[in-house]
Write a protein that binds this ligand. Structure first.
Ligand SMILES: [Zn+2]
Length: 308
């Protein structure tokens, strides 16, 4: 285990007080991530060298999060802040500014080629805030997650140069895990005939997944989770299910399941389970890490489509 090896080398270095890591202070680097998926990635790269907290916790919805004064204080204490970017957590920019933090800010998706946000089913968002022009859910493609890890590793290395080698080594090991995960997802989805790969989710969080793994995904709502579907949108979805354009329906951990349940009841279509879109599960749940989340989603999707 990589983490264990680091712990040992720190112990060995301690009595001599010679390591550059010790010259800069021995405590773990305080890191604040905007949401749980990023927090896990930072833990994988940082190991015992980082103390990570997530502003939006497991099963939380980062689209509509309302930061508290305590969040601003926590940001002020962080040495590194990790955000997704692509307009995902718009509230974060303001929070970083108002907190007065001097932390280094890492934008995890900075290396990603974004998909443009499509207005779902022709309705416009008319809220007082902007969701941006890009679809932020880039982590749903493992190839993008590898870019996230690269950005996180280089950001941590810059902020904490004494431990740069450890960050790079952990990132390389984690990257190999992600490559294997990507292969596993391709095999699971690839086993389903292409014409059967059509699913319906609550909010449009799976477009990167759809592109990467060749699945057709419909969503009741757009790329943000805070717009209620109109009766007209639900009617359009029901029509598409009746025309055989959907083979599996899914609920999400961060979204209200009622629209999907209503659609299932009206069409007789079966709900294939729950997908984790924008947040991990609690520890001990089926999606406690990014790798577990992607594996869980792929298995649920493949299992439901196989019957469709
Ligand atoms: Zn989302």
């Amino acid at each position: 285990m990589v983490t264990r090896r680091h712990a040992v080398s720190l112990f060995l270095a301690a009595p001599f007080c010679a390591g550059p890591a010790l010259a800069q202070g021995t405590g773990p680097l305080p890191v604040m991530a905007s949401f749980s998926i990023l927090a896990d990635m930072v833990r994988q790269v940082g190991g015992e060298h980082v103390a990570v907290t997530s502003l939006v916790g497991p099963d939380g919805d980062a689209h509509s999060y309302a930061p508290t004064p305590a969040d601003a204080r926590a940001l002020a204490a962080a040495k590194v802040i990790v955000v997704n970017g692509l307009g995902f957590e718009g509230w974060m920019t303001r929070l970083v500014r108002s907190s007065g933090t001097r932390a280094k800010v890492i934008t995890a998706a900075s290396g990603v080629t974004p998909l443009k946000a499509e207005e779902a089913h022709g309705h416009g968002h008319s809220h007082g805030h902007s969701h941006g022009a890009n679809d932020p859910h880039a982590w749903q493609n493992v190839a993008n997650a590898r870019l996230y890890v690269k950005a996180i590793a280089s950001g941590l290395s810059e902020a904490d140069g004494a431990r740069a080698e450890a960050y790079q080594r952990n990132a390389a090991a984690y990257d190999a895990t992600l490559v294997a995960l990507d292969t596993e997802i391709r095999a699971a989805i690839g086993a389903i005939p292409r014409a059967q790969r059509r699913l319906l989710t609550t909010h449009d969080a799976f477009r990167y997944f759809a592109r990467a793994y060749e699945v057709d995904v419909l969503a009741v709502r757009g790329v943000s989770s805070d717009s209620e579907p109109s009766a007209r949108q639900i009617a359009a979805i029901i029509r598409q299910i009746r025309e055989g354009k959907v083979s599996a329906l899914f609920m999400e951990n961060i979204s209200d399941p009622r629209a999907i349940q209503r659609i299932a009841a009206e069409t007789g279509a079966k709900i294939g389970g729950k997908l984790f879109s924008d947040a991990l599960s609690e520890a001990g749940g089926p999606a406690a890490t990014y790798v577990d989340m992607m594996r869980h989603n792929a298995r649920q999707i493949a299992g439901a489509m196989a019957q469709g």
